[in-house]
Design a protein. Structure first.
Length: 68
């Protein structure tokens, strides 16, 4: 598998885009997965699989650590 991909996605009438198959395969994105949309007016838009944030939150808030 290549580690880089460039593709084009058209925006539909409802604002929806289709992530190209090559990109979905590269990042193991499947039907029903959640995607986080990060936006910066100057830098653009980034898409991130939600489980990447879940991994980060597990490091910040380890399971079994119920201290309050």
């Amino acid at each position: 598998m290549k580690d880089k991909f460039v593709g084009i996605a058209k925006v539909g009438e409802k604002g929806q885009i289709v992530i190209p198959k090559e990109a979905r395969d590269m990042f193991d994105i499947n039907s029903g997965d959640s995607i986080i949309v990060l936006c910066d007016k100057e830098k653009g838009i980034a898409l991130l699989k939600a489980d990447a944030i879940e991994d980060l939150s597990d490091k910040v808030f380890p399971k079994g650590d119920n201290k309050q």
